[in-house]
Design a protein around this ligand. Structure first.
Ligand SMILES: [Fe+2]
Length: 215
């Protein structure tokens, strides 16, 4: 039995963030499972390290999204503060575990679960609503990232987002190219027809002139 069951109620409509939240839920479930069975200090340390790294990257991803514009300063401040708080909880927890001061208890895991779910449905949801309302800005920010060294620092999810954007741009360019080509072909055909019509007029004029001369 898992301590959290992922539900569509937690989905925010930004695919990358939903995927990352689902991964976080999976990691917390794995942490919980390891307190019941197959416990090993080494395995637990590995999980905590992974969770710390994942949380750091995930929060950084959300903060970069907000930095692109579209969110109120009030929300940015609150959101960033909540992230800092949770990072410090995880850091302390990991440090205590490494010093052998505390085990990972069910109560502690329940706390992580409640914090995460509350954060997702309140603060992350507010962020996604504000970002979705300002979608063109988000798209512009992602597009701008294509041209900067930021690309080197991107997470896999951001890279995925950029690849999607690149694909969409390429498709658009292909479409414009095809339409231009079709228009050029049509223009070429019209010019050829016009050329033929001019030649015909010229031929008729010559014929008339010939008759005039003959008559
Ligand atoms: Fe968040």
């Amino acid at each position: 039995m898992q301590i959290i069951e992922w539900s569509s109620d937690f989905a925010l409509g930004i695919a990358e963030i939903d995927d990352q939240h689902r991964a976080l839920v999976g990691m917390i479930n794995a942490l919980d499972a390891s307190t019941h069975a197959d416990y090993s200090a080494e395995g637990m340390r590995k999980m905590l390290d992974e969770l710390n790294a994942y949380v750091r990257d995930h929060f950084a991803f959300e903060e970069r999204l907000m930095a692109g514009g579209g969110c109120t300063q009030e929300l940015v401040t609150r959101h960033t503060a909540e992230h800092a708080y949770f990072r410090s909880v995880l850091r302390d927890l990991t440090a205590d575990f490494e010093r052998g001061y505390a085990g990972i208890t069910v109560t502690l895991i329940e706390y992580l679960v409640h914090w995460l779910l509350h954060h997702i449905v309140v603060v992350d949801r507010a962020m996604s609503q504000q970002l979705n309302a300002a979608d063109p800005e988000l798209a512009a920010r992602v597009a701008a990232a294509l041209a900067t060294t930021m690309v080197d620092d991107l997470t896999d999810s951001e890279r995925h987002l950029l690849n999607e954007l690149r694909r969409a741009n390429e498709q658009l360019e292909r479409l414009v190219h095809e339409r231009t080509k079709a228009l050029n072909e049509r223009n070429g055909k019209l010019e050829a027809e016009l050329g033929e019509a001019r030649a015909e007029v010229q031929r008729l004029r010559l014929q008339l002139a010939g008759r005039g001369v003959a008559g």
